[in-house]
Design a protein around this ligand. Structure first.
Ligand SMILES: [Zn+2]
Length: 92
């Protein structure tokens, strides 16, 4: 159930109301029955979500690039020990 925060435009009374999306929005202040408005500060949670996605994709990209040149380094090291073996067979 989403929690909505309201503020009264008449007396500045702030309060929270738990409602489902199908429920009608509150329209009057419980303190003075004045006009109220929704406070959308709760939407800040969405910022967190999008931030995670951004960081995630950037990290993935960086990891992929650094991983590509890694297997190229051990490649020239492999034929090195093969050299003395060949020379030995030559002498023999
Ligand atoms: Zn009020």
């Amino acid at each position: 159930m989403p929690t909505y925060q309201y503020a009264c435009t008449a007396c500045s009374h702030e309060f929270e109301a738990i409602q489902s999306f199908s429920d009608n929005s509150l329209t009057s202040c419980p303190e003075c029955s004045g006009e109220i408005r929704k406070i959308y500060s709760a939407v800040g949670v969405v910022f967190k979500g999008s931030g995670f996605y951004k960081t995630d994709s950037v990290a993935k990209k960086t990891t992929g690039e650094s991983t590509t040149p890694a297997p190229t380094t051990p490649a020239p090291t492999a034929p090195a020990p093969t050299a003395p073996a060949a020379s030995t067979s030559k002498v023999d």
